[in-house]
Design a protein. Structure first.
Length: 139
């Protein structure tokens, strides 16, 4: 049984969407279970951001990741979350490329940013609970 290119693309986008949403959720849960939300707030203060930003950011990453996994306005959610990773890249830029470097590098947030933009451009993919129109028409 062969799939049409359109169906294959929709399944590929769904896989990317599921992986991306899972990573957004993992990024949020790292703040909760590893660094703790108060610890994350203290870190934010240490780099010049208000500490209270840690709490709505945690909620946005967790709920946004869940929405992306489920395909609930995944394109729009991915776009809204993209600036978060742009800021994370800027915070970690001086630490080097590898995210396991001391202080964390920028490659992991860069991938999340690019994957988020890719979902925004490509659409929701297959198995979405609430599909939106593609921004870029199929070629």
């Amino acid at each position: 049984m062969s799939s049409s290119p359109s169906r294959s693309a929709d399944l590929g986008i769904a896989l990317l969407r599921a992986g991306l949403g899972t990573m957004w959720i993992a990024h949020a849960l790292l703040k909760l279970f590893v660094f703790t939300l108060p610890g994350t707030a203290q870190y934010f203060v240490s780099i010049g951001f208000p500490g209270w930003v840690a709490y709505p950011l945690f909620a946005a990453e967790l709920l946004g990741g869940l929405a992306i996994v489920l395909g609930l306005y995944a394109r729009q959610v991915a776009l809204v979350l993209s600036p978060v990773m742009a800021v994370v890249i800027s915070v970690h830029a001086d630490n080097g490329w590898v995210h396991t470097a001391n202080g964390g590098g920028w490659e992991y947030p860069a991938f999340l940013l690019l994957a988020s933009v890719a979902i925004w451009l490509a659409g929701d993919g297959a198995l979405s609970l609430r599909r939106s129109k593609r921004l870029v028409p199929s070629l």
